[in-house]
Design a protein around this ligand. Structure first.
Ligand code: ATP
Length: 233
């Protein structure tokens, strides 16, 4: 589904990624975890075409996407829920959803606004409300719904639950489980390891711009020294 090989990238003279390598199989949910500033968001920006890869290669469903413009990568099937909630504040809920909706060719059971409402009933209740009046959790549901309406093959969530109350986080996790069970591939960047345990197949620890450890949530849970060394917990 997605493959990064030896990807290097950075900002100006500062290099941040030093050979990022990982793959996501069809229908898999994987994570990038690690301390702040290790290059997780930079990896997302590079794979989305928002930051140039200086070397290495990225492919999606077997096709090279390295350094394609972001709109083409999005159209090829990558839906992004970026860091920081970015709903269109001046639009209401339904307008936000309709703004990015795109019918997915021959895909069976494509995402529609109604299907998003059945995943997030609160959004339906608030459909005429302007996005700026929503709670943080509702805004995040809106941004996830918007990404789904691009009918992605791969959903990328960068700190989607950051700053949300535990109960709302649980709701988002539950929705991600539903999406996983529907066969969607998901790349998660998050800090809530305990909550990711039943969602993620493989964790990837990122340290100084590369993946230094890959393993299952159980392996990570059973290795306090590893968590202490790379995650500081
Ligand atoms: N726009 C930018 N210009 C210059 N340097 C940047 C920029 N964005 C990020 N960096 C630097 O790149 C490094 C990696 O940042 P990145 O955001 O990828 O880390 P991260 O692992 O996602 O951590 P966090 O959880 O803090 O977002 C950091 O040292 C950061 O200061």
């Amino acid at each position: 589904m997605l493959k990064l090989e030896g990807v290097a990238a950075g900002y100006g003279t500062s290099q941040v990624l030093f050979g990022m390598d990982f793959t996501i199989g069809q229908g898999e949910v994987i994570s990038l975890i690690g301390r702040n500033g290790m290059g997780k968001t930079t990896t997302v920006r590079t794979l989305m075409g928002m930051l140039p890869a200086r070397s290495g290669s990225i492919s999606l469903l077997g096709k090279p996407i390295t350094n394609l413009p972001p709109y083409r990568i999005a159209r090829m099937g990558v839906g992004l829920v970026p860091e920081g909630r970015r709903a269109f504040a001046s639009l209401n809920v339904e307008e936000n959803l309709v703004a990015t909706a795109r019918l997915a060719g021959a895909k069976s059971n494509p995402w529609t606004v109604d299907r998003v409402y059945s995943l997030f009933p609160r959004l339906q209740e608030r459909r005429k409300q302007s996005a700026r009046t929503l709670s943080g959790g509702e805004q995040q549901m809106l941004v996830v719904g918007r990404a789904l309406l691009t009918n992605p093959q791969l959903l990328v969530l960068d700190e989607a639950t950051e700053g949300l109350a535990p109960l709302i986080r649980q709701e988002i996790w539950q929705c991600l489980r539903v999406l996983r069970d529907s066969g969607l591939s998901i790349l998660l960047i998050d800090k809530n390891l305990a909550e990711m345990t039943t969602l993620v197949q493989r964790h990837h620890i990122v340290e100084k711009g590369r993946v230094v450890w890959v393993g299952s949530p159980d392996e990570l849970n059973g290795d306090p020294a590893l968590r202490d060394r790379y995650l500081g917990i």
